[in-house]
Design a protein around this ligand. Structure first.
Ligand code: DX5
Ligand code: ZN
Length: 231
């Protein structure tokens, strides 16, 4: 029997494959491969062509993946790289998202947007671009936040190099956050960066091109999960 999505917590140590680098001609089966390998968090990157230059996908793709992900007892972790994300929360939540991350740089109404995410029945998360100080989360860290996302590359593209300054930033962010708030990292995560970024304090590791760009997504997922000491 499948476990329910409710068994996945954002404070657990997990590796979250990002579908940005998946084969969209066979998205369902590509995602099924990493679910079969043990992935329980599937990361979906929504981009609007304004907050970041590329345009990707939105609620339609979340909805298309919802059954296959939830039937495996996994969750859909939506990363919204869009301006004024509060205008899209109801659609994304209604499509089947379990956690939604908004960028603090994308709206003047971060607290409002986080509350709207919870009101829609999802876990609420806020992301910081590499140049954004961790203090941008200080006034929502205790109370409004279920997870923080520290970008370890500039948002918008897969397969970029990990920014080394991120190790120190993640450690400072972990110290700022209460224990019940998860800490996700996104960008340039692979076998070699996974262990050190966990040591720095991250527990949720997004990985796109390393997994879906490989010839063996399941094996690569297991290798990164092992390097991270993840379930
Ligand atoms: C980039 C996205 C990432 C992307 C990471 O803006 O937010 O989730 O898929 O890709 P990799 O793991 O290739 O750096
Ligand atoms: Zn992402």
């Amino acid at each position: 029997m499948a476990e329910g999505p409710g068994t996945v917590s954002l404070t657990q140590r997990r590796v979250a494959p990002s579908i940005l680098s998946a084969d969209f001609a066979r998205l369902g089966s590509h995602v099924q491969e990493v679910l079969d390998a043990g992935a329980r968090v599937i990361h979906v990157d929504v981009m609007d062509g304004h907050f970041v230059p590329p345009i990707t996908f939105g609620a339609v793709v979340v909805s298309a993946l919802a059954d296959v992900v939830h039937d495996a007892g996994a969750i859909i972790d939506v990363h919204m790289m869009v301006d004024r994300p509060e205008r899209h929360i109801a659609d994304i939540a209604g499509a089947g998202a379990d956690s939604i991350t908004i960028h603090v740089e994308a709206t003047p109404h971060v607290h409002y947007a986080l509350a709207a995410i919870r009101d829609a029945g999802c876990a609420a998360s806020a992301a910081l671009c590499p140049a954004t100080p961790i203090e941008a989360l200080a006034d929502v860290a205790d109370g409004a936040l279920d997870m923080a996302l520290c970008m370890t590359v500039n948002p918008g593209w897969g397969a970029q190099s990990f920014i080394p300054h991120s190790f120190a930033k993640v450690a400072r962010l972990r110290a700022l956050l209460p224990d019940h708030v998860g800490l996700e990292v996104d960008g340039g995560i692979h076998d070699e960066t996974a262990g050190p970024i966990v040591q720095a304090g991250a527990n949720m590791l997004v990985t796109g091109s390393a997994v879906f760009g490989s010839d063996d997504p399941a094996g690569t997922y297991r290798s990164i999960a092992s390097a991270a000491g993840a379930a």
